[in-house]
Ligand binder design. Structure first.
Ligand code: GLU
Length: 281
């Protein structure tokens, strides 16, 4: 039985939304400065830009096994988020290869989207109320929850074992570092630029635990079986695809793509390819 299966069966891990794709976001605010009723702000039309350019430029992770990971040998970037991105390119442009991947980290993804460097973020990104003030989100396309990764044999078996001064490693700009400060205020949290740096730091003994989403930790366990996830998920982390605020046509197209993927069974295939089991309905 795969680790992932074990975790999901034990109810400790991610249960998939897939079905019914819960509506979140897609808000319609087009802000006008000062609140005066002048002409409404120009609608954001990323969909038109993608069609004109004949390419979908998407921000993905390059260091996150199973979701977006660059193979240093081949230079190829692969993962669950890449396959979802390709499906969006296919829906808009008729060809899944009409895509350009750009690396984002948890810290850089929103600024890069706002700057226009990328059309969308498909990068293990949790839908939160705070982030909804800055970007619009698609429906949920993956459900994760925050957990802990430790070296096998560690005395830390759950979040309750985090004592004053326990060093917990995380990544800048993630919900994980914010959540752990709330849930384990005694922890001493060390923040890294990305997940490969954080995992290297755990292996180098710079901290006793690494915290982020169970799905990401699962990918790390697969890379190095000396490490294991412990305890239950202590948050819900529903992933959404982020676009610029007011980009309503684009959000609709992304949501239509997600629904079609689900209805056709393609979503289940992608899920199984990366997570090693079928999504739960
Ligand atoms: N899903 C969490 C977040 O959006 C953690 C994973 C990540 O850092 O991308 O912050």
């Amino acid at each position: 039985m795969s680790f992932w299966k074990k975790f999901t069966q034990a109810g400790l891990a991610l249960s998939l939304v897939a079905v019914g794709l819960v509506g979140c976001g897609g808000g319609k605010e087009t802000s006008s400065a000062g609140g005066e009723s002048k002409a409404p702000a120009a609608a954001v039309k990323t969909l038109d830009e993608i069609k004109k350019r004949d390419k979908f430029v998407v921000g993905v992770k390059y260091d996150t096994n199973l979701f977006g990971l660059k193979d240093p040998g081949t230079g190829k970037v692969e993962g669950f988020d890449i396959d979802i991105s390709k499906a969006i390119a296919k829906k808009i442009l008729g060809d899944e290869n009409k895509i350009e991947l750009k690396e984002v980290t948890s810290k850089t993804r929103i600024p890069m989207l706002k700057n226009g460097d990328i059309d969308a973020i498909v990068a293990t990104m949790t839908i939160t109320e705070a982030r909804k003030k800055e970007v619009d989100f698609s429906d949920v396309y993956f459900k994760a929850g925050q957990s802990l990764l430790v070296k096998k044999g560690s005395p830390i078996k759950s979040i309750a074992d985090i004592k004053p001064g326990t060093k917990v490693l995380g990544v800048k700009g993630s919900t994980s570092v914010k959540n752990i400060r709330e849930k384990a205020p005694n922890a001493s949290v060390l923040e890294f630029e990305n997940y490969s740096e954080a995992f290297s730091a755990l292996k180098a003994g710079q901290g006793e635990a690494l915290t982020t989403d169970n799905a990401i930790l699962y990918g790390m366990m697969k890379q190095d079986p000396n490490y294991e996830m412990v305890g239950n998920n202590f948050t819900d982390e529903p992933y959404g695809i982020a676009v610029r605020k007011g980009d309503t046509d684009f959000v609709k197209t992304v949501n239509d793509t997600l629904k079609e993927l689900k209805d056709s069974g393609e979503y289940a295939k992608i899920y199984e390819k990366w997570l090693g089991e079928k999504p739960k309905e």
